[in-house]
Ligand binder design. Structure first.
Ligand code: HEM
Length: 521
């Protein structure tokens, strides 16, 4: 009898509160929040126990992945953001849905997006990612929040200043020449001097080379090894994005966790070795080199940061991973989609080639030449608008927040679907889905009838730290391609943009390249 009493007492005091907690999170809160949002005029798909809207989203994504679009259509939302394509006609532009038990409010109004992304007090924070995503992207400046973020951003910023980037253009060009030489050899070996090349794969390799070279300079081959493991890791993460997260499951030695831990160890060890080799013999003037790693190590030593210590070894490792992840997928996809658009719009390809030959001749472009490429810049921005590598951004409300006419409760997420905002007719006009680089002739803020309708690099304090790097890299690579080749879309191409952590062509981008005979470079 006594045991039963003890059991009942334990049940009452230990288990009941837990059960109540689970019921509150998985039943009561979704019910109460759905009601409260409905009163504020915000509707959405109904909540399913534990999985929220995840199963529906997964199903819609799987169905969308079967669609092959018309090659000339730039309307990628049904394929890339199928959930909004289905839900918006039913519930309106602002939608409440559920990542498991977590409420997410999707915002498509640039004014509200600006309020979220530019919040002065940092009340909308970056949401905590799954351990797999953290291992992949690095728990660096892109993921941390608050004072920790400010400390890291201050250390990282100077490495991306324009004068430092100018030096890096040479390294970007060196990597590009090697790739283009290989293309030329392959094309010249063909009877008709034409060669079909899968551009997405080529640009991924190239941007990985560039980031490894600009990040690690002389330690480049060691850095490449680490980054190759990171690419492998990406396959595990992309597959698990819409899985329902079971608390604690990342500690279990499942086959995929074991593989993930192994890759993570390999990445860390390689990066630690590189950093250690820079530290000895100890550099007295704290000059660790002019590559990204060296600049960050120097900035960390020299900075007059009051709050908190300078970056330690593990933190530098995380920043290196962040640069690689943030810097190579996005940039390669910008190049991929720009080449795709220029293959379809041969008139623009000719115009850009004329501009490049006028400003750079047949020389390897330097940063001053690149700065004069106005049309190239406009085309890159238009490619970023139509095929933005990051299709959606998320933030978490760190306290109850008033947003427009809505109350966003603490812990709720807000999503900003860039790909949708970028093709809204309300902001971009009737030709929102057309390729029209001229719209950027007076700069980004005047391209649409709302100054914040272009969000490819984010806005506010957490805007992309590598955007100048990315634009210089894209201009340099594109200019060098245009100097040497004309190109057109292969008949094998299937138009199927897909969001695998960045916007990619699902079946690759086969492009027919032909060396320009007049340009013997
Ligand atoms: C076309 C190329 C690129 C695009 C479209 C892009 C896009 C973005 C976007 C949208 C954000 C903001 C994300 C958010 O607020 O949730 C971001 C942040 C960031 N990007 Fe990029 N990015 C590109 C290239 C790069 C490169 C080349 C690097 C570094 C080498 C880089 C490093 C970062 C970092 C570190 C952050 C986090 C900044 C912070 O939170 O303070 N990005 N990027």
């Amino acid at each position: 009898m006594a045991y039963v009493g003890i059991f009942m007492a334990a049940f009452t005091f230990l288990l009941l509160p837990k059960i109540w907690q689970v019921l509150k999170i998985s039943l009561w809160r979704p019910y109460a929040l759905s009601r409260s949002f409905r009163k504020q005029g915000v509707k959405g798909p109904s909540y399913s126990l534990f999985s929220g809207s995840l199963h529906e989203m997964k199903r819609l994504k799987m169905d969308a992945a079967q669609i092959v679009m018309d090659t000339t259509s730039n309307d990628i939302t049904p394929r890339v953001l199928p959930q909004y394509h289905k839900w918006c006609p039913l519930y309106g532009e602002t939608i409440l849905y559920w990542f498991g038990t977590r409420p997410v409010v999707s915002i498509s109004d640039p004014d509200l997006a600006k309020q979220i992304l530019s919040n002065k007090f940092g009340f909308y924070v970056k949401p905590k990612c799954s351990p797999a995503i953290q291992a992949l992207t690095g728990n660096g400046v892109a993921l941390v929040n608050g004072g920790e973020w400010a400390r890291r951003r201050r250390i990282v910023n100077p490495a991306f200043s324009m004068d430092k980037l100018k030096v890096m253009v040479k390294r970007m060009a060196t990597c590009t020449v090697a790739m283009l030489e290989a293309w030329k050899d392959e094309a010249n070996a063909a009877m008709d001097q034409c060669k079909t090349i899968e551009m997405n794969g080529e640009f991924r390799k190239l941007t990985a080379e560039i980031i490894a070279y600009t990040a690690f300079g002389s330690s480049y081959s060691q850095g490449k090894e680490a980054f190759e493991a990171q690419v492998e890791l990406q396959h595990y993460c992309a597959a698990s994005l819409l899985d329902v997260l079971i608390p604690g499951s990342h500690y279990l030695p499942t086959p995929s966790n074991l593989q993930l831990w192994k890759l993570d160890r390999r990445i860390r060890n390689s990066l630690r070795d590189i950093i250690k080799s820079r530290l000895k013999p100890k550099n007295l003037d704290c000059n660790y080199g002019d590559d990204l790693l060296g600049l960050i190590m120097s900035a960390s030593e020299n900075s007059d940061i009051k709050e908190g210590p300078k970056l330690n070894m593990d933190e530098i490792v995380e920043e290196c991973k962040t640069f690689f992840f943030a810097g190579h997928e996005t940039s390669s996809n910008l190049l991929t989609w720009t080449v795709f658009l220029l293959s379809l719009h041969q008139d623009w390809q000719t115009r850009l080639r004329e501009e490049v030959l006028k400003e750079c001749g047949l020389e390897i472009p330097d940063s001053d030449m690149l700065a004069r490429l106005r049309l190239v810049n406009m085309v890159l921005l238009e490619a970023l608008r139509l095929y933005c590598p990051v299709v959606e951004m998320f933030r978490e409300a760190s306290k109850d927040m008033k947003l427009g006419n809505m109350m966003i409760p603490k812990d709720a997420w807000v999503s900003i679907p860039l790909a949708k905002i970028h093709r809204s007719k309300e902001y971009w006009g009737e030709d929102a889905n057309e390729f029209n680089p001229i719209r950027f002739k007076n700069g980004i803020s005047k391209a649409a009838n709302h100054p914040n309708a272009f969000l490819a690099f984010g806005i506010g304090p957490r805007t992309c730290v590598g955007q100048n790097f990315a634009m210089l890299e894209a201009k340099a690579v594109l200019a060098m391609v245009l100097q040497r080749f004309c190109f057109s879309l292969s008949s094998e191409y299937k138009h199927a943009p897909v969001d695998n952590l960045a916007l990619q062509p699902q079946y690759g981008l086969p492009i027919v390249v032909k060396p320009l005979l007049a340009q013997n470079i």
